[in-house]
Design a protein around this ligand. Structure first.
Ligand SMILES: N[C@@H](CCC(=O)N[C@@H](CS)C(=O)NCC(=O)O)C(=O)O
Length: 204
C-alpha cells in the first residue's frame, strides 16, 4: 500500500491529488507541520520535509520525483503523453517548470512574509520577486490561451504540479485577475473532484 506522509497546505496536496486522479489505494500518514522556520526542513518525516511517499521498502521525497514514480509504476499510461508523442516536450517542460522555476518566487515570498516578522525591511526584494512571479504567470497565460491544459488538450500530471503552485500563488495574493486566463485555468483545475478531495484532506 502506498503511504503518503501528509501535512495540510503543503506540496503533499499534489500527491494526494494525483493519487485521487488515478484512483490508487493509499494510506495517509498525517504529520503535524513544524512551523519553526529557523530549524529549516526539520519536519517529522524521513526526509525532513513534505511530501514523502513510502512504497514498501522504497521511500521518496521531492514532489516531482514522486509524481514521476507513481506514473511509472502505477499510471498505466494515464496523465502523461507517451514518450515520443508530440505533447511530451511541453509536458516535461511544465512538469519541471512548476517546481524548478515558478516555485522559487513563491518560496521567497513565503519565507519573507510568513516565516519571518521583518517583511518591511525586505520590501525591495519582495517587489522584485513579485515581478518574477508575474513573468511566470505570463508564460502560463500564453499557454492556456492556446489550449485548455499545459501540454495541450488533455489534463496531465504537469497540471497537477503547476496547479498546486498556482493555487498557492492565489492564496498569497500573487496570482490576480491581471492574468485572467490563468485564473480561469486554475478554476478549471479546482473544479476537479480529485483536487477537492486533496483540499478536503488538507482541511481535515
Ligand atoms: N522541491 C521540494 C520542496 C519540498 C518542500 O519545501 N516542502 C515544504 C512544504 S511544501 C516543507 O516540507 N517545508 C519544511 C519546512 O519549511 O520546514 C518538493 O517539491 O517536494
Amino acid at each position: 500500500m502506498l503511504r503518503l506522509h501528509f501535512a495540510p497546505l503543503t506540496r503533499s496536496i499534489r500527491i494526494k491529488w494525483l493519487l485521487e486522479e488515478l484512483a490508487l489505494p493509499h494510506e495517509i500518514v498525517r504529520v503535524a507541520f513544524n512551523r519553526d522556520g529557523d530549524k529549516g526542513f526539520a519536519q517529522d518525516t524521513p526526509a525532513g520535509n513534505f511530501p514523502y511517499l513510502e512504497d514498501g521498502d522504497i521511500g521518496l521525497s521531492e514532489s516531482g520525483a514522486i509524481v514521476q514514480y507513481i506514473l511509472e509504476n502505477y499510471g498505466e499510461g494515464r496523465l502523461e503523453p507517451a514518450i515520443g508523442a508530440p505533447e511530451r516536450p511541453a509536458y516535461l517542460h511544465w512538469l519541471h517548470f512548476s517546481e524548478g522555476t515558478a516555485a522559487n518566487a513563491i518560496n521567497t515570498i513565503v519565507w519573507l512574509t510568513l516565516y519571518r516578522d521583518d517583511a518591511e525591511q525586505h520590501r525591495a526584494i519582495i517587489d522584485a520577486v513579485r515581478g518574477t512571479a508575474d513573468q511566470t504567470f505570463g508564460k502560463v497565460e500564453t499557454t492556456v490561451s492556446a489550449h485548455p491544459y499545459l501540454a495541450g488538450g488533455a489534463f496531465t500530471a504537469a497540471d497537477v504540479m503547476m496547479g498546486f503552485t498556482l493555487w498557492s500563488a492565489k492564496m498569497l495574493g500573487l496570482l490576480t485577475d491581471a492574468h485572467p486566463k490563468t485564473v480561469a485555468y486554475l478554476d478549471r483545475l479546482m473544479a476537479r473532484r480529485a483536487f477537492q478531495d486533496a483540499i478536503a484532506e488538507s482541511q481535515r
